[in-house]
Design a protein around this ligand. Structure first.
Ligand SMILES: *Cc1c(COP(=O)(O)O)cnc(C)c1O
Length: 448
């Protein structure tokens, strides 16, 4: 079948996520990928500027992960994980416990980011039931938070704006303000102080009914790379701990180096009670989720009555092939080259944004955290449905000097989140083409 025929068949039978067939440009047919580059079926190269939806850390086709997967698939591809166990899952759990701060020592496996979040929420609720405090049944989330697309995760992330279709069905959660900030934001101290006052009042009123708070530490991804400062989150966690509320960090996106440290919680200086991991966990090769909980949370379940067991488990829990991929990925994570890459990418983002920020560009709210850089395009219709992002990404794909760039802006929020193997030359190329794309799709009026 040739490319045309495949795309035609796709348009007849495939339903793509977060896509509207009637208005989206047709998907790109990708044939292969290596490192930071995707190769399309018609032989063009596209730089993967967003790590294939934030999952790919060390580049596509990394031979170490490929080999680990092949070897594990040949030895043990899958086995039930209740009443059975296996070496890749055991070693991975021990590695995660070693890598994570505090006493986050107990790993519950699931399938993806959403299920890692569902597990955390269900564990938090049941924890308080076992503790004899069933009134602690509410959740606290942050304005603009996103935690996945399953029901509990959607409820926690309702304020991200993606789930209006189901607003009647979702759980009612408490929503705290999120004072997001950017470079040269003069107002950040005031915004944080105001947010902390609101949160304090909310906790004084409802704190004893709240089971857990769930937060994307340092950066809210899907709602537009909305960043906060570590000190704000430290103060929030202090307030939560004062009221005995469990702290869930959703590090599905931020985990494994994205923010310039292994985990964002290290930058904040806080070990949460539960942490949700997925996306980069396998280096972006296979779906796998992990909810890691503190010794204290686990102890409540270990010593509980038989009917208090945690009734949760997926068919592919702790799939051996996915665990083997994750073990190989963690080996790569521990290399000094990886840490050096974070600093290198951070510096390249700085260069790129500085040029964009020049007098002619007219971008807003430039911000960088580790390997993530973002800015807003000033438009009359900001938000996820803003058309400017689609126009920009189409230009970068089709009109950029080779290699083209694959980005998927969140409406008018444009961001780069490259795999750690993206070279300086590739990064500088991406930034200069982004600059040209802005001039092409949103030209500034020439001053008279
Ligand atoms: C992507 C994401 C999720 C959901 O993960 P899936 O693997 O898509 O289910 C949850 N939380 C955060 C912070 C995410 O970025």
């Amino acid at each position: 079948m040739n490319s045309r025929e495949l795309i035609e068949l796709d348009s007849r039978h495939v339903w793509h996520p977060f896509s509207r067939a009637a208005s989206d440009v047709e998907p790109v047919l990708v044939a292969s990928a290596r490192g930071a580059s995707l190769t399309t079926a018609d032989g063009r190269e596209l730089l993967d500027g967003i790590s294939s939806w934030w999952v790919n850390l060390f580049g596509h086709g990394h031979p170490k992960i490929v080999r680990a997967i092949a070897e594990q698939a040949g030895r043990l591809e899958q086995v039930i994980f209740a009443g059975m166990t296996h070496e890749p899952a055991i070693r991975l759990a021990a590695e995660l416990a070693d890598l994570l701060p505090g006493d986050l020592n107990r790993v519950f496996y699931s399938d993806d980011g959403s299920t890692a979040v569902e597990v955390a929420i269900k564990l938090a609720w049941q924890y308080w039931q076992i503790a004899g405090q069933p009134r602690r049944g509410r959740l606290l989330a942050f304005d603009g938070g996103y935690h996945g697309d399953t029901l509990g995760a959607m409820s926690a992330g309702a304020s991200s704006g993606f789930f209006q279709a189901w607003s009647e069905q979702l759980l009612d959660v408490e929503v705290a303000p999120w004072p997001h900030t950017w470079e040269s934001d003069d107002d950040v101290d005031g915004k944080e102080a105001a947010a902390l006052r609101v949160i304090d009042a909310l906790l004084d009123e409802r704190g004893s009914e709240i089971a857990a708070a769930i937060v994307e530490p340092l950066v809210q991804g899907a709602s537009g790379m909305r960043m906060t400062r570590p000190g704000f989150l430290r103060a929030v966690v202090d307030g939560l701990r004062d009221r005995g509320i469990l702290v869930i960090f959703d590090e599905v996106m931020t985990g494994f180096g994205r923010t310039g440290r292994n985990f964002a919680c290290e930058q904040i200086g806080v070990a949460p009670d539960l942490i949700c991991l997925s996306k980069g966990l396998t280096g972006g090769f296979l779906p796998l989720g992990a909810t890691v909980v503190s010794d204290q949370v686990f102890a409540a379940f270990r010593d509980s009555a038989p009917h208090d067991l945690f009734c949760h488990g997926h068919s592919y829990t702790a799939n051996p092939v996915a665990c083997a991929a994750a073990l190989a990925a963690l080996e790569l994570l521990r290399l000094p080259e990886t840490v050096a890459a974070w600093a290198r990418i951070f510096a390249a983002h700085g260069r790129g944004l500085q040029e964009l920020n020049g007098p002619s560009a007219g971008i807003q709210r430039a911000r960088i955290l580790g390997t993530i850089a973002a800015f807003d395009m000033p438009v009359a219709d900001p938000g996820y449905h803003s058309a400017i992002g689609r126009r920009l990404s189409k230009w970068l794909r089709e009109s950029a000097k080779a290699p083209g760039i694959f980005l998927r802006p969140l409406g008018n929020v444009v961001y780069l989140m490259p795999p750690y193997c993206m070279t300086d030359a590739q990064l500088d190329h991406a930034w200069s083409e982004i600059s040209r794309a802005i001039q092409a799709v949103a030209p500034r009026p020439t001053p008279v």
